[in-house]
Design a protein around this ligand. Structure first.
Ligand code: SDX
Length: 430
C-alpha cells in the first residue's frame, strides 16, 4: 500500500492536513476540496495556472519535456502511424479500435455528415463577409434546435449519438460557412470519400467541374486534424466542461467551446500568426517585431509563440514544421516568403535572451497557417479548421465529465476587493 501523502497548512494558529493525490504521470495535486468548509479560506489562482480542475484519462501534456499523449500514445506516433478517425475513436472510447470497430465507427461517422436541409437557411441570415467562426458558433449551437433526439444528457445512448453527429457534421458546417463567404453553392458530403478528403471536397469543389482530391494533401489535412484533436484542460475545453456542468445540451456546449477558441490568445492565433508573418514580410524586418514583442509597453506579442504549459518545443509544432516543408514541396511552392520569415523568426527568437529566459517556443499555431494557406484556405478558415479538429476532444472531455460521479456544477469563488457595505444615497444627497 503506497504511503499516503499529505500537505500541512498552518493557518491562524491551526494545522490542516490536506491529502496529496498522485497521478499516472505529471505533478502531484493537493486536494483542497474541504479547505473552505474546514478553514473558511479560498485558494487564489487567476488563470488557473496552478489548478487541476478535474481528473482525466484522456490527454497528458508534459510542458517541460514537450510531450503530448492521447490516451497514453505519443502524438508523434499517432501523427505518423494513425489517422484522424482512428484517433477520434481512441479519444472517445479510450483504446485503439480493431479492424471491425474501426470500420463500424467510420461508417457511423460517414452516415451522419449531412446536416438537416433546413439548416441551410441559417446561413442566409449572415452577411457574406461574416467571419466563419461567427457562423459556426451560431449554426453549431442551432443543432440543438434540430436534433432533439440527442440532447438528453442523462441518456448515454443520446450522448453517443450527439458525439457522432458533432464529429460528423462540424466539418460540413465549416465548409458551408466557407462556401457561403465565397457566394458559391454548398457542396454535399460524399460517402465514398474519407474524412479529410470529404472536407477538402466540400471546400474546394464546384458543381461546374469534377474535383480530384490529391491524396497527399488529404493526408496532410488529416494530420493537421490529428495534431489539433485534444489538448488537456485548455481554455476552450474548460469552457465546454463548465457549460456542460450546468446540464446544457452538448451542441450548446460545443458552440461555447468554438466561441472561446476564437480568441487570438487561443485558437485564433493561427490566423493572427499568419497575418503577423505577412506583416513582417521580409527577414530584414524581424528585429523590429522582436523588439516590439519584448517591449512591455507594446501589447504586440509574437503570435504562434509561447504557451501556458509548454516551456519547451510544442511537439505538434515540430510535426507541423516537417509537414510544412512536405506540403509546400508537393504544391511546388518553393521559397515561400512567409515560410522563410517563419523559419528565420524561429531561429532568431530561439537564440534571443528574452525568449530563452521566458521559455517561449513555437506552438501548434506557428506553422499550421503556412500549410493551410498553401492548401488554398483563406486565413479566416484557419480557426474553423482548428475548431472542427478539436470537436472530438471537446466532446470526449464532455462525455468524461458527464459520466463522472463527482460531476457537479462548476462555480469558482473570488477575492472580493470592491467597496465595503454602504447605504444608498438619495439623488439630492450625492
Ligand atoms: C493554443 O492551452 C492550450 O493547450 C492551448 C492550445 C490548445 O491546443 O488548446 O495549445 C492552443 O492556444 C496555443 C497558444 C496560441 N496563442 C498564441 O500563439 C498567442 C501568443 N502567445 C501568447 O499570447 C502566450 O504565450 C499565451 C497566451 C499562449 C500564454 O500566455 P501566458 O500563460 O501569459 O504565458 P506565460 O505566462 O508563459 O508568459 C511568460 C512571459 C510573460 O511575460 P512576463 O509577465 O513574465 O514579463 O512571457 C511573455 C508574457 O508576457 N510572453 C510573450 C509571449 N508569450 C508570453 N511575449 C511575447 N510574445 C509572446 N508570444
Amino acid at each position: 500500500m503506497a504511503e499516503e501523502k499529505t500537505a500541512r497548512l498552518h493557518l491562524a494558529g491551526k494545522d490542516y492536513d490536506l491529502a496529496v493525490l498522485s497521478p499516472t504521470a505529471g505533478p502531484d495535486v493537493v486536494d483542497i476540496r474541504k479547505l473552505y468548509s474546514e478553514a473558511d479560506v479560498f485558494t487564489y489562482d487567476p488563470g488557473f495556472t496552478s489548478t487541476a480542475s478535474c481528473d482525466s484519462t484522456i490527454t497528458y501534456i508534459d510542458g517541460d519535456k514537450g510531450e503530448l499523449w492521447y490516451r497514453g500514445y505519443p502524438i508523434e506516433q499517432l501523427a505518423s502511424e494513425s489517422h484522424y478517425l482512428e484517433v477520434c475513436y481512441l479519444l472517445l472510447y479510450g483504446e485503439l479500435p480493431n479492424k471491425d470497430q474501426l470500420v463500424d465507427f467510420e461508417t457511423r461517422i460517414t452516415r451522419h455528415t449531412m446536416v438537416h436541409e433546413q439548416m441551410h437557411y441559417f446561413f442566409r441570415g449572415f452577411r457574406r463577409d461574416s467571419h466563419p467562426m461567427a457562423t459556426m458558433v451560431g449554426v453549431v449551437g442551432a443543432m440543438s434546435a434540430f436534433y432533439h433526439d440527442s440532447i438528453d444528457i442523462n441518456d448515454p445512448v443520446q450522448r453517443e449519438i450527439a458525439s457522432i453527429r458533432l464529429i460528423a457534421k462540424v466539418p460540413t458546417i465549416a465548409a458551408m460557412a466557407y462556401k457561403y463567404s465565397l457566394g458559391q453553392p454548398f457542396v454535399y458530403p460524399r460517402n465514398e470519400l474519407d474524412y479529410a478528403s470529404n472536407f477538402l471536397h466540400m471546400c474546394f469543389s464546384v458543381p461546374a467541374e469534377p474535383y480530384h482530391v490529391d491524396p497527399a494533401l488529404s493526408r496532410a489535412m488529416d494530420r493537421i486534424f490529428t495534431l489539433h484533436a485534444d489538448h488537456e484542460q485548455n481554455a476552450s475545453t474548460s469552457t465546454v466542461r463548465l457549460a456542460g456542468s450546468s446540464g446544457a445540451n452538448p451542441f450548446a456546449c460545443i458552440a461555447a467551446g468554438i466561441a472561446c477558441l476564437w480568441g487570438p490568445a487561443h485558437g485564433g492565433a493561427n490566423q493572427a500568426c499568419l497575418e503577423m508573418l505577412r506583416e513582417i514580410g521580409s527577414v530584414e524586418r524581424i528585429p523590429e517585431f522582436l523588439a516590439r514583442a519584448k517591449d512591455k509597453n507594446d501589447p504586440f506579442r509574437l503570435m504562434g509563440f509561447g504557451h501556458r504549459v509548454y516551456k519547451n518545443f510544442d511537439p505538434r509544432a515540430k510535426v507541423m514544421k516537417e509537414s510544412a516543408d512536405e506540403v509546400l514541396d508537393l504544391l511546388g511552392v518553393h521559397n515561400n516568403p512567409t515560410l522563410q520569415v517563419a523559419k528565420e523568426l524561429e531561429r532568431i527568437a530561439l537564440e534571443d535572451e528574452y525568449f530563452v529566459s521566458k521559455k517561449l517556443y513555437p506552438n501548434v499555431d506557428f506553422y499550421s497557417g503556412i500549410i493551410l494557406e498553401a492548401m488554398g484556405f483563406p486565413t479566416s478558415m484557419f480557426t474553423p479548421i482548428f475548431a472542427l479538429s478539436r470537436t472530438v476532444g471537446w466532446i470526449s472531455q464532455w462525455k468524461e465529465m458527464i459520466a463522472d460521479p463527482q460531476n457537479k456544477i462548476g462555480r469558482p469563488r473570488q477575492l472580493y476587493v470592491g467597496s465595503p457595505r454602504r447605504d444608498y444615497k438619495p439623488l439630492d444627497a450625492r
